[in-house]
Design a protein around this ligand. Structure first.
Ligand SMILES: Cc1cc2nc3c(=O)[nH]c(=O)nc-3n(C[C@H](O)[C@H](O)[C@H](O)COP(=O)(O)O)c2cc1C
Length: 161
């Protein structure tokens, strides 16, 4: 079962949220560019890092950072009418220094995202491992995908294979 926004953890540390969503009817791919511009400007000052993937129809976003800011940003994003069917796959506190900081965006092919959406992994380690594979297949640059699939995942005891 997916976690809900009402179940946001209150523990200190770095809050990680992974969700998928669907481009809303009437929106087109140009929304992605506008969202990326705003996110690039705003996430840094909020101390929120992460990646926003898009396949032309669906989004997959990993947000992580200062818990209060990250939770508040997620609430804003969840109520954004440019997307629907927001499914939160992970909300948990993880060590903040084990993951690359900064904000990235990139395209992912539909087949790869299909696997994630249609068979969503359960449990923090499985979600993060699946996310690592998704990032490795996406166009987000080696720093992020290697950071997820290499040292960071090993430090979580996660398998990216
Ligand atoms: C899929 C998706 C991802 C988004 N990601 C971010 C993000 O990472 N950072 C951000 O500031 N806004 C993001 N937004 C936009 C926010 O929902 C919101 O429009 C923006 O933060 C401006 O908020 P405001 O109208 O309260 O000022 C995203 C929107 C969508 C639809």
């Amino acid at each position: 079962m997916h976690q809900t926004l009402a179940e946001l953890p209150q523990s200190p540390g770095s809050l990680h949220i992974v969700y998928t969503s669907q481009l809303a009817p009437g929106q087109d791919y140009t929304a992605y560019g506008r969202i990326c511009r705003v996110a690039r400007q705003r996430n840094g000052p909020l101390a929120v890092s992460g990646v926003l993937l898009f396949d032309g129809q669906r989004f997959c976003q990993w947000l992580h950072g200062e818990p209060t800011s990250t939770a508040a940003l997620m609430q804003t994003i969840a109520s954004d009418r440019r997307h629907t069917d927001v499914q939160v796959h992970l909300q948990t506190s993880l060590p903040s220094d084990a993951f690359p900081s900064g904000w990235r965006a990139g395209f992912v092919d539909s087949d790869t995202l299909d696997q994630f959406v249609q068979q969503p992994p359960h449990g923090a380690d499985r979600v993060m491992a699946a996310l690592g594979r998704l990032l490795a297949a996406a166009d987000v640059g080696p720093a992020v995908s290697q950071g997820m699939t290499g040292r960071a995942m090993q430090s979580r005891g996660c398998s990216s294979a």
